[in-house]
Write a protein that binds this ligand. Structure first.
Ligand code: NIG
Ligand code: FE
Length: 400
């Protein structure tokens, strides 16, 4: 049996499912046995290993519900082109964008990708992310999509971070289907989804539903097929233009609609009705040099649940830090720090159906915790690019 007690905890900031708000719990100790939080109380009497939190802040580990970590090389040359005025869509039209990461993944070995993804997971963990959703999506054929999912599974088995894999074969039309979009949808529905289901690694199926990528009909067909094969839908929706993707997310019963910078009023109402979480990715808006942040206030007024994620990928958002995403959400979207923390922990766990195990500091939950070198929650966004973390704990063990 492994036991540890956290003493001198200055403040625990965590979501309370009864009040639907953040609790600030002061002067309590946390007892952890075999990776599970067993007690949160004053002066817990138990003879075990002790860790002194030095009166600092403790929060749940971050749950990042939208990332694309399986790629070979960075795309810094595209970043440079944007500085000269090219847009993300223009670069993509000229053969850059998602497709420029495809050759790298197709030609890479599993081992090469495992090494890279492991390093990326080390970094996530250092930044306080203890669970991460991760998508395939740079293989875009049967073999390389299965390979990408295999990479995620291998890293998940060997790394302390928890990785939740998503199949994103519908990320872009690969070069060989440039002029036969319906042919690629046929391949996705008739071969790739059955093969992915058979492989048994992916839990979710995502699609880039956007004008110029996958249209509504194609997305509906793909996600219906995915559901038949036991893969739960989540969508890249209304990122650059309103294409009715949020409405489709509601119609199809997706767990999450992501991006939503261009969502319509109708789309907002439909997400609320169907209880679809809006996963917002302010890092992408920031990284692309845009000012068009998703309308979080309107979404919250309509009582849509909000989650926050990094969207870490080589093209549109080369950011892994959830603390920085919280800064962006506070500064540019006007989210309170409490709502930002809920969105980056409990609500994001909920979109991955993990809110019973993780996402808050509660008795019975996994001890996935961040012990900050800070006294108060607001200092997280206030520090912007600094990440003053004293310790990260995953399943009751210090991991960084
Ligand atoms: O979420 N929007 C689609 N997919 C990614 C971009 C991936 C890439 O550019 O490589 C995103 O922003
Ligand atoms: Fe994305």
């Amino acid at each position: 049996m492994s036991k540890i007690k956290l003493i001198n905890v200055g403040e625990i900031a965590t979501y309370n499912n009864r009040t639907k708000n953040i609790d600030y719990i002061i002067d309590k100790e946390i007892l952890i046995i075999d990776g599970i939080i067993k007690n949160i109380d004053e002066d817990i009497i138990d003879t075990c290993k002790i860790f002194d939190c030095k009166d600092k802040l403790v929060t749940p580990g971050f749950v990042d519900p939208h990332t694309h970590p399986v790629f070979l090389d960075g795309r810094e040359e595209e970043f440079g082109l944007r500085m000269q005025g090219a847009t993300y869509q223009e670069i993509a039209k000229k053969g850059g964008g998602i497709n420029s990461s495809v050759n790298g993944v197709r030609n890479a070995s599993i081992e090469e990708l495992v090494t890279l993804v492991t390093k990326r997971m080390d970094r996530f963990l250092k930044l306080g992310t203890t669970t991460v959703e991760a998508k395939s999506g740079y293989g875009l054929n049967v073999e390389s999509e299965l390979k990408s999912l295999k990479v995620l599974d291998t890293v998940n088995r060997n790394h302390v971070i928890d990785i939740i894999p998503t199949f994103l074969g519908a990320h872009a039309f690969p070069p060989e289907y440039k002029n036969d979009h319906d042919g690629y949808i046929d391949l996705l529905c008739n071969e790739m989804i059955p093969a992915v289901a058979d492989q048994g690694i992916a839990k979710y199926c995502d699609i880039f539903c956007e004008n110029g990528y996958f249209n509504i009909e194609q997305s509906r067909r793909l996600l219906k097929t995915a559901k038949k094969y036991g893969l739960t839908p989540r969508l890249h929706a209304d990122e650059f233009e309103d294409s009715g993707a949020a409405e489709l997310a509601a119609e199809i019963g997706a767990v999450s609609a992501d991006h939503l910078m261009a969502i319509s009023e109708v789309g907002i109402a439909k997400l609320a009705d169907a209880n679809v979480t809006a996963t917002l990715l302010p890092g992408t808006t920031f990284f692309l040099g845009s000012t068009n942040y998703a309308p979080v206030k309107k979404l919250m007024e309509a009582e849509v649940n909000i989650a926050l994620a990094t969207d870490y990928n080589p093209g549109s958002c080369h950011i892994q830090s959830m603390p920085f995403i919280i800064s962006l959400a506070c500064i540019y979207m006007g989210l309170s720090v409490e709502d930002a923390l809920i969105s980056a922990t409990f609500n994001s766990a909920k979109t991955l159906s993990l809110d019973r195990e993780i996402g808050s500091v509660e008795v019975g939950k996994n001890a996935d915790l961040i012990i900050w070198d800070l006294e108060s929650l607001i200092e997280i966004p206030y520090c912007v690019t600094d990440v003053p973390i004293m310790k990260v704990m995953k399943n009751g063990k210090f991991v960084s």
